[in-house]
Design a protein around this ligand. Structure first.
Ligand code: SF4
Length: 350
């Protein structure tokens, strides 16, 4: 991953003044990142990303899944809102100002919410997945904003949550040596090398992500892979096959927690923002007013990718579909998830 020279830290009177913020400022200096108190008059400059040290509270919430699709019961910890990467298809572009990234630095509040959350799960006898990768990339900024060590330390003795970091970076150095729960999972979004070059500006290449995943497994972390969004183009089968073959050659199968598949979906206003011809496909608007590929194309693509996964990784690897219809789950996976709890249990039973 390229180290970003286009970052600036923004801090003002409302920013928390705790040790976590002191550490961020220390790292900013080490990385030659400017620190600015001129946050309120900051004007959009697409070349520059302002990391605003925010007092905003409210960290944990259920993943905003749709009622029309089978939901996997995921919970998110919103530590950072906004992303330094610039994936052309990124759904955040439809509702977050990409030039100003919110760093929710009130870590005491975050830990208090997390502790309350895990104790409520204990009372209910539940175990859920929880992660920071919903409104940002989980690890892209880890060398400056070290949320991961705090979360790893806090969850290392509980069986009630499976902590997951989702990333398109290879920025794993900070966490490799940390004592962690055996189920803590570092997940990598996967795509073809061609799609990475065309659509995922600033991210690590799929091969770099796989090498980072391999290093995580060497330090006893579990790893996950999210083939999401899967995007159709003429040579997608051979290109995805290449990366799946590479995955199989690098990653020990027994270290893989799960692999998810999801075809591209987005808010219709994104259509005006797309510039790549790769994204000018045939879409339908679903009942949730999201654009996605027509059913027959989704089914064909899921079958194709799943066949490749089974060919190279065998049939023991746990695969699930992200936000899909029950009938698609049944058709592709041969599994009936009667309710969200059943799907959640299928995934968390690692
Ligand atoms: S890495 Fe994820 S959050 Fe960041 S721009 Fe890409 S899709 Fe969006």
């Amino acid at each position: 991953m390229e180290r970003q020279s286009n970052l600036k830290i923004g801090i003002n009177i409302q920013s928390p003044k705790n040790n976590f913020v002191k550490e961020i400022l220390r790292r900013a200096q080490l990385n030659n990142i400017d620190i600015s108190e001129d946050v309120d008059t900051y004007s959009d400059n697409l070349r520059l990303k302002l990391l605003y040290i925010s007092p905003q509270k409210g960290f944990i919430r259920p993943c905003p899944c749709s009622k029309k699709y089978r939901c996997c019961g995921y919970f998110t910890i919103d530590t950072i809102e906004g992303c330094i990467f610039e994936c052309e298809y990124c759904i955040l572009r439809s509702f977050i100002d990409s030039s100003k990234i919110l760093i929710k630095a009130d870590v005491d509040e975050m830990l208090s919410e997390l502790n309350q959350f895990t104790s409520s799960l204990s009372k209910k006898g539940l175990r859920v997945r929880i992660g920071t990768g919903e409104l940002s990339d989980s690890l892209a900024l880890e060398h400056i904003i070290p949320f991961a060590p705090i979360l790893i330390e806090t969850t290392k003795n509980t069986d009630k949550v499976i902590l997951e970091f989702k990333t398109k970076s290879d920025n794993v150095e900070e966490i490799l040596e940390l004592p962690h729960h055996p189920l803590t999972t570092i997940s990598f979004s996967m795509t073809s090398t061609y799609l990475h070059q065309r659509l995922e500006i600033g991210t690590s290449s799929p091969t770099q992500r796989l090498l980072a995943a391999k290093r995580c497994t060497a330090h006893s972390y579990r790893v996950g892979f999210h083939f999401d969004p899967i995007i159709y183009y003429r040579d997608y089968v051979q290109d995805y096959e290449m990366i799946i073959r590479e995955l199989a050659s690098l990653i020990p199968l027994d270290a893989i927690s799960w692999i998810s598949l999801g075809t591209i979906r987005f808010n219709p206003i994104m259509l005006d923002k797309f510039t790549s011809d790769l994204l000018f496909g045939e879409y339908i608007m679903d009942k949730e007013k999201k654009m996605r590929y027509p059913l027959r194309l989704r089914i064909r693509m899921y079958k194709t990718i799943l066949d490749l996964l089974r060919t190279y990784l065998g049939d023991k690897i746990k695969v699930y579909l992200c936000m899909e219809l029950d009938m698609v789950n049944e058709l592709i996976l041969g599994k009936k998830f009667e309710n969200n709890y059943v799907l959640s249990k299928y995934i968390t039973n690692v």
